[in-house]
Design a protein around this ligand. Structure first.
Ligand code: DP6
Length: 325
């Protein structure tokens, strides 16, 4: 009744931003992401019939928001699977938590896979997808490796669905992460999304246009068309940030170094390097590159004033069980 699972964060090239107004943490829009390799979350989970509640340790914290979210996900797991026992959970990662590096995505993907393996419930992928997505919308995408598309409810779908578009090795992109501030973000994505939906004048248009961005990006992945993917991913990212900037009160995730990195990546592309930027709900900039461009991009971003650290990743695999007893 014990299992260890590992999952990698993913970054969205077409962003999830906005939730449906009903229970289950369902996204209002679909998204398209790439799963990374070197960054990871690892979860050790043991069900123990002797426990009277879940005991959770997230990167050394046994109380607070992160631990509560893990306990809520375990409750959801028990409701869905009928499994009766409480668990002892230890979860951690090799990168800064809550700083816009998608630690919740890899953390919850590893958690649901570990719970399923430890209980021996062998839930279908659709159930794991819903459990991970209910815990954190982006987490469902980390169940798969490579390029992943998530469909929001709608068009006759009641729940989310994920689909792998390509394996990591099918189109081996490299990602250079410029860390500009490793502290926790000032406003969590859940809260900021709600503010965008309620107050940004651009929100409805964002939701309406998202299917077209998703289809275009899927076609760019299918055709291995880097230039097209670059243009679309930057467009979609800036639209998402336009929502946070036009919320009341505004949420500004960027630091001066964030904007400096954005300009640097655009300049590098104009100079002929195959790279584009994307930024999530935090100040870090992720430059997605064709492999031959990655060293030059990493070197250039390391020189930008305010960049504290450069992390390098390739594309990685989906969540998996490392050990089961
Ligand atoms: C900007 O998945 O963290 O990274 O469902 O509220 O946990 P919750 O949100 P979360 O939001 C991710 C937002 C994003 C874009 C993306 O990953 O698609």
């Amino acid at each position: 009744m014990r299992a260890t699972a590992e999952a990698h964060p993913n970054i969205a090239l077409i962003k999830y931003w906005g939730k449906l107004d009903r229970p289950g943490n369902l996204p209002a829009v679909g998204s398209l992401s790439i799963t990374l390799d070197t960054l990871r979350s690892r979860t050790v989970l043991e069900f123990d019939p002797g426990l009277d509640r879940d005991r959770v340790d997230v990167a050394g914290e046994t109380e607070g928001r992160a631990a509560e979210r893990v306990a809520a996900c375990l409750r959801d797991f028990r409701d869905r699977s009928g499994w009766p026992h409480y668990a002892r959970v230890e979860s951690g990662g090799n990168f800064p938590l809550a700083a816009g590096l998608a630690s919740s995505a890899s953390g919850f993907a590893a958690l649901v896979v570990a719970a399923d393996a430890a209980a021996g419930t062998a839930l279908p992928l659709a159930d794991l997808t819903r459990l991970a997505g209910a815990a954190s919308g982006s987490a469902a995408r980390s169940l798969h490796g490579g390029f992943v598309r998530l469909e929001a409810p709608g068009d006759g779908r009641e729940e989310i669905e994920i689909r792998q578009l390509a394996e990591p090795g099918d189109w081996p992109l490299e990602i250079v992460v410029a860390v500009t501030d490793a502290g926790a973000k000032p406003v969590g994505s859940t809260e900021a999304m709600r503010a965008s939906a309620a107050t940004s004048p651009y929100y409805e248009r964002w939701v309406r246009e998202q299917p077209a961005d998703l289809d275009d990006a899927e076609a760019a992945v299918r055709d291995r068309d880097f230039g097209r993917l670059a243009e679309l991913a930057e467009f979609n990212c800036l639209k998402m940030h336009a929502l946070t900037l036009t919320s009341r009160p505004a949420v500004i995730y960027w630091k001066p170094a964030t904007l400096a990195c954005i300009h640097r990546v655009r300049q590098l592309r104009a100079d002929g390097l195959a790279a584009f930027f994307t930024v999530d709900a935090g100040p870090q900039v992720k430059a997605v590159c064709l492999p031959h461009a990655a060293d030059a991009v990493a070197g250039a971003l390391a020189e930008v004033p305010g960049v504290r650290e450069i992390l390098r990743c390739g594309l990685g695999a989906g969540a998996r069980v490392l050990e089961r007893e």
